[in-house]
Design a protein around this ligand. Structure first.
Ligand SMILES: NC(=O)c1ccc[n+]([C@@H]2O[C@H](COP(=O)([O-])OP(=O)(O)OC[C@H]3O[C@@H](n4cnc5c(N)ncnc54)[C@H](OP(=O)(O)O)[C@@H]3O)[C@@H](O)[C@H]2O)c1
Length: 267
């Protein structure tokens, strides 16, 4: 039986590579994106390699758009085996500088839209008695991803009994356009209090991004995880992520805090 996958945010980076990897591994893949003007690149690769991949419009923040996309898939294929919740974006700024509206906008995409997609796909997976929900988190555990980790862990207790796996992927720094697309809190642009710290962090992270892990590696980890009979709760990707987690495990909270401050703030 043909297995069906859907990926959010397939226009670039991790979503782009994951969509292609799923199609190359035999899944009929719906590569979804909010702006269909960006479909040419993935469509070109899919045509060249004769892949079973279809581009669908999906803005995960938009209820109607999500409903249309899932209805289309169910009408066309009648099943969904893999949902990769990948769409997301970053926001520079300290907790004091990020306005509540800015926080909410980010949580809308990075967290609530994941809930939306899961609520739309879970009934089909439950009826099938199988499925994999893959949530792209981050080793950095920024607040919206922290929420996503909690949601994913709870879901494993709820959906596991129906044969539906929930998998968290924690990438380190990945070389995509993510850092160029990041927004900056309005107040951080003009505010003096945290200007130096914000600038240092932005410069440091952008330098790390230049040497980041290729998004293909994230896609490969996702493929490996869904091939497992019993996938683990979380998989990390990248040497930096492994080192980060090792440091966290080996150090006390205070030691880890000092280590990270040095990494982030030193010249
Ligand atoms: N790069 C890293 O170092 C890194 C590390 C850890 C975790 N991650 C996570 O990995 C995921 C993918 O990021 P990436 O690195 O591949 O960056 P990316 O190249 O910027 O890709 C982000 C994707 O999300 C899409 N997107 C954003 N808002 C959307 C919305 N409302 N509806 C539909 N699609 C939307 C973007 O679409 P547009 O092209 O239309 O903007 C784009 O396709 C994100 O969740 C990110 O937090 C990235």
């Amino acid at each position: 039986m043909e297995k069906v996958a859907i990926v959010t945010g397939s226009s670039s980076g991790i979503g782009f590579e994951t969509s292609l990897a799923l199609a190359r591994n035999g899944y009929f893949t719906y590569a979804t994106m909010r702006d269909l003007k960006k479909e040419d690149e993935i469509q070109k690769v899919a045509n060249e390699e004769n892949l079973s991949l279809e581009v669908l419009e999906l803005d995960v923040d938009d209820e109607k758009s999500a409903e249309n996309a899932i209805n289309t898939i169910i009408q066309q294929k009648g099943r969904i085996d893999i949902l990769v919740n990948n769409a997301g974006w970053g926001l520079w700024g300290t907790a004091e500088d990020v306005s509540l509206d800015e926080f909410r906008a980010q949580f809308e995409t990075n967290f609530f839209s994941v809930v939306r997609m899961i609520q739309k796909v879970a009934p089909t997976m439950r009826k099938q008695g199988s499925g994999n929900i893959v949530n792209i988190s981050s080793v950095a555990y920024i607040s919206s991803k922290f929420a996503l980790e909690g949601l994913s862990e709870s879901l494993r207790y709820e959906l596991g009994q129906f044969g539906v796996n929930v998998i968290i992927i924690e990438p380190g720094v990945i070389k995509t356009k993510f850092f160029d697309s990041m927004k900056t809190a309005k107040k951080a642009d003009g505010g003096e209090t945290y200007k130096d710290i914000t600038l240092k962090v932005i410069t440091g992270v952008k330098m790390m991004a230049e040497m980041g892990t290729p998004p293909k590696e994230v896609a490969q980890v996702i493929i490996n995880s869904i091939k497992e009979e019993k996938p683990l709760p979380r998989y990390i990707v990248g040497n930096d992520a492994a080192m980060f987690l090792e440091a966290k495990k080996m150090k006390t909270d205070i030691e880890f805090e000092n280590y990270l401050k040095k990494e982030l703030y030193s010249e």
